[in-house]
Design a protein around this ligand. Structure first.
Ligand code: ASP
Length: 303
């Protein structure tokens, strides 16, 4: 079975995206075509389907960062065999999760920045900037909302002028900005009872050049082991501080069902920070979030 999410904050009206991705993952789980890791192949297929859906912040549709130019993405995967691979702040690829899969077969666990981008191109991923009109519109919208926030009494918005590290000059409007994130992810259990998870994100748009979120950090954005698989979305810095996916996995491995484990983690997360989680174990699956979140499950649960 597979469970997918379109990122915390994604409206349920977009549910057809993650649902289609969960079904795509299930099809691969059921017909892995000789792959000796069907759970991993399924998790990647689900996440790749969402990377290709421009409505979500990963791959095509990834957020444009503060300067209005940069797109830097993170992706990671993990299997219940303890295999882990990631790319961080990769640019100019359409499917960062495919780059993470290539890292899995390399001598390394993670590649970052220009090295990750060059590695992906060297191994055959096309050189393309996954910039979309929708992502440009989202950027402009955030820019417009920014001016409303600046100087508002009680606003704890950050003055980005203090930190500006992009190669280009700062757009004049940028002084503070609300967080805008989302990630796409898949957890999968194959017919042999093996587990895997795969995550991909354009990161939060309110970030500096080179910012790395939770997705490629071991134990933070995702985790898999013999007891199941977990994948997160939300405020990356807070997810990293909590080692969230691994903490939820450990709860599951001590006997808490996936559904209860993700619910407890979402409830314990600070309310001011958004979070969403999906998990699968031997008995079932769970989805929880402290904001709205579009997700998919396949096979679809009985109504
Ligand atoms: N967790 C992602 C990040 O911090 C963003 C998100 O899922 O909202 O990069």
């Amino acid at each position: 079975m597979s469970v997918t999410h379109g990122g915390v904050g994604s409206p349920p009206s977009l549910r057809d995206g993650p649902q289609g991705a969960a079904e795509r993952a299930l099809a691969v789980l059921r017909a892995p075509q000789g792959d000796d890791r069907p759970a991993l192949a399924g998790a990647i297929a689900g996440t790749r389907a969402l990377e290709d859906d421009p409505r979500f912040n990963a791959g095509t549709g990834a957020n444009i960062r503060l300067d209005g130019e940069t797109i830097q993405m993170d992706a990671a995967l993990m299997t219940d065999r303890g295999e882990f691979a990631a790319v961080a702040v990769i640019e100019r690829v359409r499917n960062p999760i495919r780059a993470a899969r290539l890292v899995l077969d390399s001598p390394h666990v993670m590649l970052a920045g220009e090295g990750a981008t060059r590695f992906a191109h060297k191994l055959g991923l096309p050189d393309e900037v996954p910039r979309t009109p929708a992502a440009e519109a989202k950027y402009r919208d955030r820019l417009a909302r920014l001016s409303e926030m600046v100087g508002k009494p009680g606003s704890d918005a950050i003055d980005w002028r203090d930190y500006w590290n992009f190669p280009g000059a700062m757009p004049p409007e940028i002084q503070a900005w609300a967080r805008g994130g989302d990630t796409v992810g898949t957890v999968a259990r194959d017919q042999g009872g093996r587990f895997a998870a795969a995550l991909s994100t354009g990161g939060t748009s309110v970030t500096l050049y080179g910012r790395v979120g939770d997705v490629p950090i071991y134990g933070a954005g995702l985790y898999a082991g013999p007891a199941g698989a977990v994948a997160c979305t939300g405020h990356g810095e807070e997810i990293i501080r909590r080692g969230l996916a691994r903490a939820v996995y450990e709860d599951m491995s001590s006997g808490t069902p996936a559904e209860a484990a993700v619910a407890a983690a979402a409830t314990a997360f600070p309310l001011e920070s958004d979070v969403g989680l999906i998990a699968v174990d031997a008995r079932g699956w769970g989805v929880a979030a402290n904001r709205e979140m579009a997700y998919g499950v396949a096979p679809a649960p009985a109504p």
